[in-house]
Design a protein around this ligand. Structure first.
Ligand SMILES: Cc1cc2nc3c(=O)[nH]c(=O)nc-3n(C[C@H](O)[C@H](O)[C@H](O)COP(=O)(O)O)c2cc1C
Length: 191
């Protein structure tokens, strides 16, 4: 019988060791519904700054190809990212820009879910609008609801244990992941 497990990858927008978004991302496998496996995508920390001249002379760097292959192979992608200056952190935007230049653009038709943890009370909402717009241009399929904005994140996430202290937030994340599984299947993913 064919394997119906939904293989989803997660991409963290923060490179910081003590990142709250990374803590949330690390918890996702435990919140996933039955039949969904969530693993971390290959890192983008070694990507050079995007430059078309570099691409034309040297091609796509190996880490870019690795992430692009992981996106292509995944049944869905979850971004878990902070908001920097009301928008997408530069490193994550650079990673998306690189991956988007590959032939048979990997995000096209790909189910996407967004989550953010931020110090501000809006919880990274403005970053999500910008990331959503990028995904529109790339013909990705971004889940609308439920939305996950973890505002005032240092109060909701225990930086010592890496656990989310707020049960309501955990419940919203579980609901989003369950909705994402249905969304993937509904858009022709494994089912
Ligand atoms: C360059 C920079 C810009 C930031 N801009 C915002 C912002 O626009 N909105 C916000 O809520 N927090 C902002 N913050 C605070 C972050 O939400 C906070 O540092 C958060 O913990 C970063 O996520 P991380 O813990 O996953 O690294 C900013 C932080 C940095 C370093």
């Amino acid at each position: 019988m064919a394997d119906k497990t939904l293989n989803v990858i997660s991409i963290c927008g923060s490179l910081r060791k003590g990142s709250y978004n990374r803590m949330v991302m690390n918890l996702l496998p435990g919140y996933a519904p039955e039949g969904m496996k969530i693993t971390e995508a290959p890192p983008f920390s070694e990507f050079p700054l995007y430059n078309a001249d570099f691409q034309n002379s040297s091609g796509f760097p190996a880490p870019v190809q690795k992430l692009a292959e992981a996106v292509r192979a995944a049944d869905g992608v979850i971004f878990v990212s902070p908001e920097y200056n009301f928008s997408i952190p530069g490193g994550l935007k650079n990673a998306i820009d690189w991956v988007s230049r590959l032939p048979s653009q990997p995000f096209a038709g790909k189910p996407i879910a967004l989550q953010s943890a931020a110090a501000g009370i809006l919880g990274g909402g403005r970053m999500q609008y910008d990331l959503r717009r990028c995904m529109i241009f790339l013909d990705a399929l971004t889940l609308n609801k439920p939305e996950i904005f973890i505002g005032n994140c240092s109060q909701r996430i225990d930086e010592k244990t890496g656990q989310i202290k707020d049960e309501q937030t955990v419940g919203f994340i579980e609901q989003q992941l369950a909705a994402f599984a249905k969304f993937i299947v509904g858009h022709g993913g494994k089912g």
